[in-house]
Design a protein around this ligand. Structure first.
Ligand code: T6T
Length: 338
């Protein structure tokens, strides 16, 4: 195994630049460092069947990741990837999919586990059946058996979100997190990164986290209720796509658009609309396409006995209304189909 790559993140200066000016801010891509190296198995004459198990179906983040996988598979020529996902971000719905995919004996499973604990047993069973597992985006309590873990640096992303709110509201005030549900490794890490940074700043008061079960309508409800309970809220960090969409609706319904600043993760078209309308002030776009290409490459490397990279970090792009038309921002917007 190669040494872990350091997961890159956006620096405070880069966030400031993105918030103030018309240029997109992104850090170096750990993904491109390894993403370009197709450890192709075509030379060996073997072909590989892979299954991509999404965290949830119909989420632009995983759609874009799947596009990266399909493009890489096409490029390599000897890989096929089929995709499945639960209708909700819920381990009780995803686990049966993991079990049925395992029973179908693919060469590799590329998976975003829905829960750090509840997903462990079925993923372990897949590994014990000799299937190579690559963890994409989310991870497990014990990821040791996986070929590779490929994701954003979510802890740093949460801290970046606080930096952005601080720059939008320099005077400080109450800040809230709208999050998915406990047990999702990525969004829990984003919350921790944000909370730690907010608590360390005496100008800000962290009022805690509201959960939305990955539903934009629940996110809107909990946001509206929190704004009523805490009228001093000046900033909201929405930890993923549906949380951001819902938080934007909640703030708009409360008549506080633009007054309460929202920084959201991800960059799905509806989030971009909220940015254009001024309900959301900044988006932290991840690199799902690159996660997808890397995942296929890592699985192929493992299957063909080549070195793998235990941890791969992929970049963020901070998108604001001011830099939205830049090439970097446009390229970072998630796809709804390939
Ligand atoms: O933010 C992404 C992903 O990184 C997270 O694990 C779950 O939510 C998303 O898929 C966006 O909805």
């Amino acid at each position: 195994m190669k040494r872990s790559l350091v997961a890159p993140t956006a620096s405070a200066a880069a966030i400031l630049l993105a918030l103030a000016a018309g240029c997109s801010s992104s850090s170096n891509s750990g993904g491109s460092a390894s993403g370009g190296s197709s450890s192709g198995g075509s030379s060996s004459g073997k072909s590989y069947k892979m299954s991509f198990i999404q965290g949830v179906a119909g989420d632009g983040f995983y759609v874009t990741m799947g596009c990266g996988m399909q493009a890489e598979a096409k490029k390599l020529g000897n890989v096929t990837v089929n995709t499945q996902g639960p209708t909700k971000f819920d381990p009780t719905l995803q686990n049966p999919i993991i079990q049925s995919v395992t029973a179908s004996k693919p060469d590799a499973i590329l998976i975003a586990p829905d829960d750090v604990t509840a997903s462990q047993t079925p993923v372990d069973a897949a590994m014990n059946a000799g299937i190579k597992v690559v963890l994409v985006d989310t991870t497990l309590k014990n990821p040791a058996g996986a070929v590779s873990q490929i994701s954003s640096d979510n802890l740093a992303g949460g801290a970046d979100a606080f930096t952005a709110i601080k720059q939008l509201v320099p005077g400080g005030g109450q800040v809230l997190v709208v999050n998915v549900q406990p047990g999702v490794s990525t969004t829990d890490q984003r919350t921790s990164g944000f909370a730690a940074a907010a608590k360390a700043d005496p100008k800000f008061h962290y009022v805690g986290v509201q959960y939305d079960q990955d539903s934009a309508s629940i996110a809107a409800q909990v946001t509206a209720a929190a704004l009523q309970k805490n009228p001093g809220i000046v900033g909201i960090f929405a930890t993923n796509l549906f949380s951001a969409e819902g938080a934007a609706t909640g703030v708009r319904q409360a008549g506080k658009s633009g007054k309460v600043k929202i920084v959201g993760f991800d960059a799905e078209p509806d989030e971009i609309t909220a940015l254009q309308q001024g309900t959301v002030q900044a988006l932290i776009a991840q690199s799902p396409y690159t996660i997808g290409t890397n995942a296929v490459d890592q699985a192929v490397a493992a299957l063909s006995g080549k070195p793998t990279t235990k941890k791969i970090g992929t970049k963020f792009t901070i998108i604001t209304k001011a830099n939205l038309n830049s090439a970097a921002s446009q390229a970072a917007i998630y796809k709804t189909s390939c």
